[in-house]
Design a protein around this ligand. Structure first.
Ligand code: PHE
Ligand code: ZN
Length: 849
């Protein structure tokens, strides 16, 4: 059944449901093609709600029978659900439906993955399991009975009965249906336990397919650290007797916070030193923390409606970033987050898909699980904390948990606790939730009689979502440095509220050098006309770790931009600055590795477009190659010492220390490979006893146009490991030269292991193509065509993943007219596909604008 004409849902139309759900009993009789779901739901009319229409969502369900208080009824059924006449007193609704998990390729509702049953209900998947008021403001207590010939039968809450082919689970905490989960299959547990701060024991398990049990230990440690951290930092204790995590191979997203039964994409939980990179380990730790933290921010306190998604996601991303900062290096985490924000959120906020952190309308909610809602949503919380201070933040959070536990809330509820605790008027701050677009902040300075004045002007470019942006509240952290690099003014948070505003620093002996937007205190584009000398000074001296990195980044960006648009040579300040960084053993290796990384080519394209020129992907690629080569030559003498210093003799640990050394070693190896034709990379490849070293070496070889033999060996070594083979697919495409990327991707889509219905494999292949900037934008448009072909093919099978991947086209208006025409033709071809899903239809029409 295909979707009807798209309808738009508006925040302003919110209306509560006319009934309370007192309890839910579900019984599942599992069968791959014909699962029976029996529901018994106690409803009570809500006297406070006038509209008492009884509508239950339901999609792709075959109704066998429905009863009210035991009497068979005949509801009116449509594609979207059913309506039925009901009593105006409490009543029990019962329904039996049949569903087809094996035929469910969209991976939403109850589906099968590698022989196991699993569910994904956020945002609106529960309606594919049974008829229900599938909206987050309807919360209830669930009891779930599962019948099926599987050794492991799991659902939310605590187990009440577990036997052969039969289990009963009871979740005492009222929850919306999107947090429901069921898993059944032949699974093995990696067990452990945790004692909460009040002394309650909790059984912990990570459930995996046989063969994967050796890849759970790290995830389990991350879970225990997360549980302890949430007690210590937020005072949040776990609230069930068990906490289960399940790894599934077919999953549209990273992971899902179902109450007491988190379901994870196997890539977000399974890891061993041999098969996972340091980056994988760090991501797993963060995602485990994220899903665990949702237990309070999302589950105990949930969202009233899906427009409030950032209420749980922005806050939970913010919390997981705090956790990572505490577990690892805070500056490194901040820099990584800003790199990610600029790579994923800025393009969204500056293109046709721009939307506020709290959108006001949508057609398909699945299209709004975005970098804006998640990452910008987290930035907004970081700004709020900076403005009110740590103590008030802690107090406001305590009030939030105390006041709203068990409720489905809004951004207004969230801001109210801050307003109450601080006495602040947050009405202007609230614009961060309602305005789309990245503010551009221009800085000018004056120096007179010992007074240094900074004048900021903010301007958010108008967009379809926000045609008339108003000034935002911007916390701008500033410190001042003297000529010798000493800090003459420590960091101060300037609170900017006007379109243009000046801040004076008095009593200075000499004109200082400003360090502005320290820690990236607001998610804006900072514009300051300055010279390379000032950047180089800050790169050498800034006492703020973030801004020191930012100074190097700006130098790199500026030299790359002029190299890509003229025949400029690499900037000497940049090369010298990087050499000093490489030599400075006092700096954390992880930080030095971040310093050495260049801005991404897509980020450079955005910067060029913003400065008024049309980015040429080939020229950008060429500039980036030339700069890397120049740096390699410039640093030639220090590289051997760096490589030697990064060699680790101890056994592998995926912690920040070792990972930092491997990252710096990897950055040095990439440079060395440009000088020694890959000799040392080949040696590292042969000697590698962990995936980080192995994959780094392989990627150096591939980017030098070598490594064919190693690539084949890698496949043979890892052909039985799904997650490693995803890397094998992705790396070849990401590292391909611009004129090879499309051909490589095309060949790989013909490989026997290209299981295109598996989202991880699809992303590893087509997603990697869109990440090879010059390859994807190759002048003949073949990159666009290959991606469009595959999106058209995937759409009827998995609309959600198809729609997400359309965002590869969101930056199309940056490029020249020829490329724009080529992209538009592909977008129109996708749009014209018969029976295109609602998800993809919405994305394409927004991108076309
Ligand atoms: N709520 C999940 C998270 O942020 C993400 C998700 C959304 C997963 C929708 C599946 C489907 O952790
Ligand atoms: Zn989340």
């Amino acid at each position: 059944m295909r979707d009807a004409a798209p309808t738009t849902i508006y925040l302003k139309d919110y209306a509560p449901f006319g009934f309370h759900v007192e309890s839910v009993h579900l019984t599942f009789e599992l069968d791959p093609r014909a699962t029976r779901v029996h529901s018994r739901i106690a409803f009570r009319p809500d006297p406070d709600v006038a509209d008492r229409r009884f509508f239950l969502h339901g999609e792709n369900l075959s109704l066998i029978v429905a009863r009210i208080d035991g009497e068979t009824v005949a509801p009116d059924i449509t594609d979207a659900g059913l309506t039925c006449a009901v009593p105006d007193t409490p009543f029990v609704w019962e329904a039996e439906v049949q569903i087809d998990p094996a035929g469910n390729t969209a991976l939403e509702g109850l589906y099968m993955s590698g022989g196991m049953y699993c569910t994904q209900c956020e945002a609106e998947g529960f309606r594919k399991i049974t008829y229900y008021p599938d909206r987050p403001d309807v919360m209830s207590v669930f009891t779930v009975e599962i019948k099926g010939p599987h050794p492991v039968l799991l659902s939310n809450g605590n187990p009440q009965q577990q036997g052969e082919g039969h289990a009963i689970w009871h979740d005492p905490w009222p929850k919306p249906a999107y947090l429901f989960a069921l898993v059944a299959g032949d699974l093995l547990a990696h067990p452990d336990s945790f004692t909460t701060c009040s002394g309650k024991p909790v059984d912990l398990n990570i459930w995996v397919r046989p063969g994967d049990e050796g890849k759970c230990a790290f995830g389990m440690e991350a879970l225990k650290k997360s549980m302890r951290w949430d007690e210590e930092v937020y005072g949040r204790e776990y609230d069930l007797d068990v906490f289960n995590i399940v790894a599934v191979d077919d999953f549209n997203m990273g992971a899902m916070e179902n109450k007491g039964l988190n379901v994870f994409n196997s890539s977000a939980v399974l890891a061993s030193p041999e098969t996972a990179t340091d980056a994988n380990f760090e991501r797993i730790e963060a995602i485990i923390a994220h899903e665990y933290f949702h237990n309070w921010t999302g589950n105990r306190i949930t969202c009233r409606d899906w427009f409030q998604l950032c209420l749980k996601e922005g806050l939970t991303v913010y919390r997981d970033s705090q956790f990572t900062s505490d577990m690892r290096s805070a500056p490194v985490k901040r820099i990584s987050d800003v790199i990610d924000l600029r790579a994923r959120q800025f393009p969204e906020d500056q293109g046709p898909l721009a939307h506020p952190v709290r959108p006001e309308s949508f057609q398909e909610i699945n299209n709004f699980y975005t970098a804006t809602v998640y990452e910008k949503g987290a930035e907004v919380i970081g700004m709020l904390k900076r403005l009110v201070g740590d103590a008030a933040y802690a107090e406001a959070l305590d009030l939030y948990f105390a006041r709203h536990d068990g409720q489905a809330c809004t951004i207004e509820d969230w801001l109210a606790v801050f307003a109450e605790v601080t006495g602040r008027d947050l009405s202007q701050f609230k614009r961060w939730y309602s305005q789309a677009g990245t503010p551009r902040v221009h800085v000018a300075e004056t120096w007179e009689n010992g007074t240094y004045t900074l004048t900021f002007s903010q301007k958010t470019p108008p967009s379809a979502a926000t045609p008339d942006p108003q000034p935002l509240v911007l916390p701008i952290d500033v410190g001042l440095l003297g000529a010798n690099g000493d800090e003459v003014r420590a960091t101060e948070t300037l609170e900017m509220t006007e379109a243009t505003q000046s801040f004076a620093f008095e009593g200075l002996a000499a004109k200082p050098v400003p360090s502005i937007l320290r820690g990236f205190s607001a998610p804006v584009v900072l514009e300051r006309e300055t010279d390379a000398a000032e950047r180089a000074f800050l790169l050498a001296h800034d006492t703020d770790a973030f801004n020191r990195w930012e100074a190097g980044r700006a130098l790199a960006r500026e030299t790359l931009m002029s190299m890509a648009t003229s025949d400029a040579a690499p900037d000497a300040d940049y090369l010298d600055g990087m050499l000093a960084v490489l030599r400075d053993d006092g700096l954390d290796p992880a930080y030095r590795a971040l310093m050495l990384a260049q801005p991404g080519q897509s980020e450079l394209a955005a910067a060029l477009a913003q400065s008024g020129s049309t980015p040429d992907p080939d020229a950008i690629w060429q500039a980036s190659e030339t700069l890397k080569q120049a740096l390699a030559q410039h640093a030639q003498d220090v590289l051997p010492r760096i490589l030697a210093g990064c060699r680790i003799e101890e056994p592998f640990r995926p912690d920040a220390d070792q990972a930092g050394k491997r990252a710096l070693g990897g950055a040095a190896l990439a440079l060395v490979t440009r000088l020694d034709s890959g000799a040392q990379a080949a040696a590292q490849y042969d000697a590698a006893d962990n995936m980080t070293l192995q994959l780094t070496a392989l990627s150096c070889l591939l980017s030098a146009g070598k490594g064919a033999e190693q690539l084949a060996g890698f496949y043979d070594q890892w052909k039985l490991d799904r997650l490693v083979i995803d890397k094998w697919f992705g790396l070849q495409i990401v590292q391909a030269a611009p004129d090879q990327a499309v051909g490589t991707a095309r060949d790989l889509t013909g490989h026997a292991d290209f299981n295109w219905q598996n989202p991880n494999r699809f992303r590893a292949t087509l997603g990697s193509l869109s990440m090879n900037h010059a390859g994807f934008h190759t002048a003949d448009g073949s990159g666009y065509a290959v991606l469009a072909d595959w999106l058209i093919k995937l759409d009827p099978v998995n609309p959600q993943t198809t729609a997400r991947m359309c965002s590869a086209f969101q930056t199309w208006k940056r490029y020249d007219a020829v490329r724009q025409d080529l992209i538009r033709a592909q977008l129109e071809r996708i749009a014209a596909t018969p029976d295109l899903s609602r998800d993809t239809t919405e994305m394409i029409s927004r991108i076309l604008g």
